[in-house]
Design a protein around this ligand. Structure first.
Ligand code: NAD
Length: 355
């Protein structure tokens, strides 16, 4: 499929290919939709197999950011960037600074932030070349703790809808992935009195969680069969797929991973099975709220970000209500809520108002 065909299919405004001979930088910046404002989204560094794979990833991820930023009530559009490189590349600073130069050429249409395989130190390198970056150490920093906080509140909302109470005391939660978000989430859950079942491909992390939270360890492949109230994917995308969808033994799926449903019909199947799915781009929106806070006049204020993040609770209840009223999946209901906000603000912005 040609690039314009793909842009039409995903609804993109602009796709920027960046190449720098000196550093070897190969990056693609996807600007999906700027109806609400500049496109904010993370920079993913990944050793893609092919150019096509990198392109599809950036298109899919930047489209997702449009929905996420709209749903979180931000005046920001959706964007994302991918850097096609090995995570262990020795010239990391040079790659990031070259990337920052390209971000600067866009004049603020795209704002970079952290994502998979990029760090606060990388954002500092990008920031040396452009002000259009969030997630710097002196700003909002690593978004993961705030993402985990949002997932915890979202999980409480899902529990309220599914079980009639948002109290997680005594509930069994199976957490897949004990990384930056998953481990923090376990801390919140443990404090709330939940029983934990945990898994990770890194045995050291599992052992740490077992010791810290009295969590029951489980093999990564067996976690889908865990008898639990809530299954929380905090590792990979596409975990709800043909191979797993019939295996879940839970009432709720609520976690931080992006793109949890491999295909939309997997969301429908969860619904048929009576499993409440908390749409990923709503429940994991804490990270982007945190990054966006850095862009506000006066700069980053953690307390303000946390108050915003707590709204994920009500947002999810609104999603569940819409899904029930309209007889659609929760994933579709979440998309609809985002689309409605974008359409509304496009209308409002027809009115000329001098700056
Ligand atoms: P991370 O890399 O720190 O943690 C991921 C963990 O999952 C690691 O401990 C890894 O060993 C484990 N893992 C990998 N494959 C696994 C498997 N097959 N089974 C079990 N465990 C496995 O990443 P993170 O920042 O904690 O993010 C987790 C997920 O949440 C990702 O999908 C990410 O895209 C998403 N997310 C993160 C943020 C954020 O603020 N960090 C925001 C939004 C969404």
């Amino acid at each position: 499929m040609g690039i314009f065909d793909l842009m039409e299919r995903y609804g993109h405004e602009q796709v920027v290919f960046c190449y720098d001979r000196a550093t070897g930088l190969k990056a693609i910046i996807g600007i999906h939709d700027t109806s609400l404002g500049p496109a904010l989204g993370g920079v993913r560094l990944w050793p893609y197999q092919t150019e096509e794979e990198a392109l599809r990833d950036v298109l899919r991820l930047s489209q997702g950011m449009t929905y996420k930023n709209a749903a979180m009530g931000l005046d920001l559009g959706g964007g994302k960037a991918v850097i096609w490189a090995e995570p262990g590349a020795a010239n990391r600073e040079a790659l990031m600074r070259a990337f920052g130069r390209f971000v600067q050429t866009l004049g603020g249409r795209y704002v970079a932030a952290e994502d998979v395989n990029t760090t606060v130190a990388d954002m500092a390198a990008v920031a040396a070349e452009t002000p259009h970056v969030a997630g710097r150490a002196e700003g909002s920093g690593d978004p993961s703790p705030v993402t985990a906080y949002g997932v915890f509140h979202g999980m409480r909302a899902a529990a309220r809808w599914a079980f009639g109470s948002d109290d997680l005391q005594g509930r069994t939660v199976a957490v897949q992935g004990l990384g930056k978000v998953g481990y923090r989430l376990c801390e919140h859950l443990h404090r709330a009195g939940a029983r934990l079942i945990v898994t990770d491909t890194d045995a050291g992390r599992v052992q740490q969680a077992a010791e810290a939270f009295g969590a029951q360890a489980m093999d990564p492949e067996r976690i889908y069969d865990a008898e639990c109230d809530i299954f929380s994917p905090c590792a990979l995308g596409s975990v709800v797929n043909d191979r797993t969808v019939e295996r879940f033994r839970c009432r709720v799926i609520a976690g931080s991973a992006n793109n949890q449903l491999q295909e939309p019909h997997h969301g429908d199947r969860l619904q048929e099975r009576g499993i409440l799915y908390a749409p990923d781009f709503i429940i994991n929106g804490g990270g982007v709220i945190n990054a966006a806070e850095e862009l506000r006049p006066g700069g980053y204020r953690r307390e303000r970000a946390l108050v915003q993040v707590e709204r994920i609770y009500d947002l999810l209840l609104a999603v569940f209500r819409t899904a029930q009223e309209q007889g659609i999946s929760t994933a579709r209901a979440a998309e609809q809520i985002s689309e409605e906000r974008i359409a509304l603000l496009r209308q409002v912005r027809r009115i000329f108002a001098p700056r």
